[in-house]
Design a protein around this ligand. Structure first.
Ligand SMILES: [Zn+2]
Length: 311
């Protein structure tokens, strides 16, 4: 096991309590440019540790509770450590005997570094758009979490968005709009916090094969489907090189033009820039790069960002 104490970019390595599963319940508020809700962390070693230490940065904490095995919540004592502009603050939560989970009610701030709130004019359509970019240490700006690549957890989430918008995560995803704007997600394989991802917008889905497809704004979808028609063949070719694809579906989310990266290898759902849609499929090698992270990076991960070259 890695010596997590040696991660210089996270406070969580010194946590005597470890987490194993996250239940996230968030409301996406485009007017206030905030996410608010609750993060419930199930402990991997309940009853054996006096406190849980998580990373946080510019989060407004509203309440912290501890849950016992019967699900009864009681307020938990917590403290935020000294603020560092890059690393944020350690969130230390005291655990009473019998605590199996902690629940943090919180709110993000409009300037949260991981959250990109786009106005309609910054998209290909007429609706606002939100996407996250958690890598390398920005997950802590939208989720109180152990934000070290050496620490993994499974997650489930419920996300409430305006009813005409679709929400997607690095997880099993919906393929059509929910009339009430409420979406549920499940990631059954343990992932590090930097692979937590959320996108919300006027998005539609088109299947390419039984396990691959494209999410894009309606104005971009047809061109994206044409561009990435070989996606399933890419997955099959990668499997020939590296072994079975471990994440069930491989879908692409084509982001609005203002997406500042080429791509981000969020599990199950790579985020890609629309600037690789040329009409002649000449830049789709970017997708091969992101797809390769399904093995190198997402399955086998550097323990700390000092070893990013391994990714
Ligand atoms: Zn890469």
């Amino acid at each position: 096991m890695a010596n997590l104490l040696s991660d210089p970019h996270s406070h969580a390595g010194r946590s005597p309590a470890r987490v194993q599963h996250l239940a996230l319940d968030l409301v996406v508020d485009f007017d206030a440019r905030t996410l608010h809700g609750r993060a419930t962390w199930q402990l991997a070693n309940p009853g054996t540790a006096p406190e849980l230490v998580l990373d946080s940065r510019n989060l407004d904490l509203e309440a912290v509770a501890q849950l016992d095995a019967a699900g009864t919540a009681t307020p938990a004592a917590f403290a935020l450590g000294p603020a560092d502009a890059t690393l944020g603050q350690a969130l230390t939560i005291a655990l009473a005997p019998g605590t199996v989970a902690v629940q943090i009610a919180y709110r993000t701030r409009p300037a949260a570094a991981a959250l990109q709130w786009l106005q309609p004019g910054q998209t290909a359509g007429t609706a606002p758009f939100l996407f996250t970019q958690s890598q390398a240490i920005l997950a802590r700006t939208w989720l109180p979490c152990p934000d070290s690549p050496g620490i993994r957890f499974t997650y489930e989430a419920t996300v409430q968005v305006p009813p005409h918008l679709l929400a997607l995560m690095s997880a099993e995803n919906p393929q059509r709009l929910a009339s009430d704007g409420r979406y549920r997600f499940r990631m059954a394989q343990p992932i590090p916090a930097y692979l937590m991802a959320l996108a919300v917008g006027d998005l539609q889905f088109a299947a390419l094969s039984g396990r691959t497809g494209i999410y894009a704004e309606p104005a971009s979808l047809a061109a994206a489907v044409h561009e990435f028609v070989d996606l399933d063949a890419m997955v099959a070719a990668a499997e020939q090189l590296y072994g079975p694809y471990a994440w069930e579906r491989y879908d692409l989310l084509v982001l609005p033009p203002s997406f500042p990266f080429g791509g981000m290898e969020n599990p199950c759902l790579t985020f890609v820039t629309p600037t690789i849609i040329t009409g002649d499929r000449s830049l789709t090698s970017l997708v091969a790069h992101e797809l390769a992270h399904s093995w190198s990076g997402n399955l086998v991960t550097n323990a700390t960002w000092n070893d990013f070259w391994l990714n």
